[in-house]
Write a protein that binds this ligand. Structure first.
Ligand SMILES: [Zn+2]
Ligand SMILES: [Zn+2]
Ligand SMILES: [Zn+2]
Length: 135
């Protein structure tokens, strides 16, 4: 399955790409670069993980989530995203108990209006609270 995703985006299938992609497919919550590094241990170097994540974002396979405290997490794109173009404006939720960040695929960011002269490029909304598992 991970091979198909890689092939569909025209990426060469490498072991690293497969292993990292599988991490995303196993998880429902978003993961950070250091989560991946922690799980893969010494087998993989940081630069490779960083480059792989960057490639996946560019290819529309995963998307970035701005976490609180300036961290970045990533989650699999469930809808049809394409290389160079992500189209989803769903909300992200961070649980303050289990600290998991999840995509709320069915809840969308409301239309945001800006003062004249400002150009909108990206909107990131992180809702913080308690998830159903921790309630
Ligand atoms: Zn996407
Ligand atoms: Zn929770
Ligand atoms: Zn998301």
């Amino acid at each position: 399955m991970s091979n198909d995703i890689l092939k569909n985006t025209g990426l060469r299938v490498t072991e690293t790409r497969q292993v990292i992609l599988e991490r995303f497919q196993e998880k429902t919550a978003a993961i950070s670069q250091s989560d991946i590094e922690g799980e893969l241990g010494e087998n993989i170097d940081r630069v490779t993980v960083y480059r792989t994540l960057k490639t996946f974002v560019e290819k529309g396979i995963i998307h970035k989530i701005l976490d609180d405290k300036g961290g970045i997490k990533y989650a699999l794109c469930k809808e049809q995203c394409h290389p160079g173009h992500h189209h989803h404006d769903h909300l992200h939720f961070k649980c303050s108990v289990c600290l998991q960040t999840t995509c709320l695929e069915k809840n969308f960011i409301p239309e945001i209006s800006l003062p004249a002269g400002y150009l909108k490029q990206e909107v990131n909304i992180l809702v913080q609270g308690v998830c159903p598992n921790c309630k």
